[in-house]
Design a protein around this ligand. Sequence first.
Ligand SMILES: O=C1O[C@H](COP(=O)(O)O)[C@@H](O)[C@H](O)[C@H]1O
Length: 223
Amino acid sequence: MEFVEYADSEMMMIDLADRVASELRAAITADSRASLAVPGGTTPGPVFDTLSAIRLDWDKVHVMLTDERWVPESSERSNTGLLRRRLFTGEAAAAHYLPLYAEAERPEERLDALQGALAPHLPLSVVLLGMGADMHTASIFPGADQLDAALNGDATLVAMRAPGAPEPRITLSAKVLNEAMRRHIVIIGAEKRAALEKAQSLDPQEAPVSAILKGATVHWAEG
Ligand SMILES: O=C1O[C@H](COP(=O)(O)O)[C@@H](O)[C@H](O)[C@H]1O
């Protein structure tokens, strides 16, 4: 794992957006197309703001989330809603979106169809992940009902429920995250840095983020 420390989060988000854009360009040069997975939650908004204004062949890029809350796009909890507001504007509006949500009461009802749509875009060219202070990443939570499947299974997507999550989730599996060509994790603040350090000596069952650290670049700023 590589750890990159920044003077402040503003600089971090700009640098990270530039790196992701260069990696997408390299993938497009090599393969005429690229795939990008990005997190939801409270951290990545500013990186989306910068990324959305960067010029690249966005029409050759397929974007998906690392995980989604099982709520419609109109919900303020929807990670898709965040992407619509902060990423798919400006230049990045030309990107193709692969949603992890479709209307149904339970994610299991749509799992096969959603997984089928992702298959042609794997392995991912670039994945950007967040991390919670409880050491979850994507929606791979400690204590989740399908934690073992998400950590050790062969599926692309896993539907799960977790004690700390108010709604069902759907998440890319550790397998898909680990197969990505480039993997970045973005975290802010002393609490998350301490959690990341602790995670390195814990089993993925307790600290799911530890399952995807090998070969990843962690980007951190205090605030
Ligand atoms: O619920 C989620 O949490 C993580 C971390 O979010 P943050 O608000 O602490 O940045 C996020 O990476 C994930 O995509 C999201 O669904």
